[in-house]
Ligand binder design. Structure first.
Ligand code: FES
Length: 176
C-alpha cells in the first residue's frame, strides 16, 4: 500500500484549530469614525465594536472571550495570544490584539480605508501609540518590516437559525 504525502501541509495542532467567535449579528458594523473598541448600537443594545479572545497556543478549543477593559494578561500584563475580531464596513476581520511594534492593544486603534487616488484598495488600522498603520488583510506596516498577524476567519450558517451565520477563527496556517 502506498500513501500520498502532500508536502505543503503539516500535521494539524490543537492550537491551530478553528474556534467559534459568536454570531455575525452580535458584531456592530464598525466604520472609520472612531476607535474599534468604542461602544456602538447592535441588536438594540450598546456593545464594543470588537470582541477579544484569548487563544492558548497549545489548544485553541480553550479559547475564552476577554472583556474589552480586562485584556491585560494577569501574569505578563500584555495581550499575548489574543485575537481581536470585528466587522469593518461589512467585512469581518481577525487580527492579533497586540500591536507588532510595541504591543499596544489594537482595540484602541482606528480602522480606515487604504485608498489610491480615491480607489479603495484595502483596509487598515492605525495604532494610536506611535501612529503606525497596518493592513488588515496582509498585515503589512506602513513603516519598517513589522508585520501584524492576521488570523483566518470564516462565516458559517448557524445550525438552528435561518439567515444567521457564526464567525469562526483560527491562527493563520503556515505552508510547509
Ligand atoms: S505600539 Fe503600536 S505603533 Fe508603536
Amino acid at each position: 500500500m502506498s500513501f500520498l504525502v502532500n508536502p505543503f501541509t503539516r500535521s494539524s495542532r490543537a492550537g491551530d484549530a478553528w474556534f467559534p467567535a459568536g454570531t455575525a449579528s452580535s458584531y456592530p458594523n464598525v466604520d472609520d469614525s472612531t476607535r474599534v473598541a468604542e461602544q456602538r448600537k447592535c441588536l438594540d443594545k450598546y456593545t464594543p465594536g470588537c470582541r477579544i479572545f484569548h487563544v492558548p497556543r497549545e489548544d485553541s478549543s480553550k479559547a475564552v472571550e476577554v472583556a474589552i477593559d480586562d485584556w491585560k494578561d494577569s501574569l505578563s500584563g500584555d495581550a499575548k495570544d489574543q485575537v481581536m475580531v470585528f466587522q469593518y464596513k461589512g467585512k469581518f476581520v481577525a487580527i492579533n490584539h497586540e500591536c507588532p511594534h510595541s504591543s499596544y492593544p489594537l482595540s484602541k486603534g482606528t480602522p480606515f480605508d487604504i485608498e489610491d487616488f480615491g480607489v479603495v484598495l484595502s483596509s487598515g488600522i492605525t495604532c494610536p501609540q506611535h501612529d503606525w498603520s497596518f493592513d488588515l488583510h496582509t498585515g503589512k506596516s506602513d513603516r519598517g518590516s513589522y508585520k501584524l498577524l492576521v488570523w483566518e476567519i470564516q462565516q458559517r450558517p448557524t445550525a438552528d437559525r435561518q439567515g444567521e451565520t457564526d464567525i469562526w477563527v483560527r491562527r493563520k496556517q503556515k505552508i510547509g
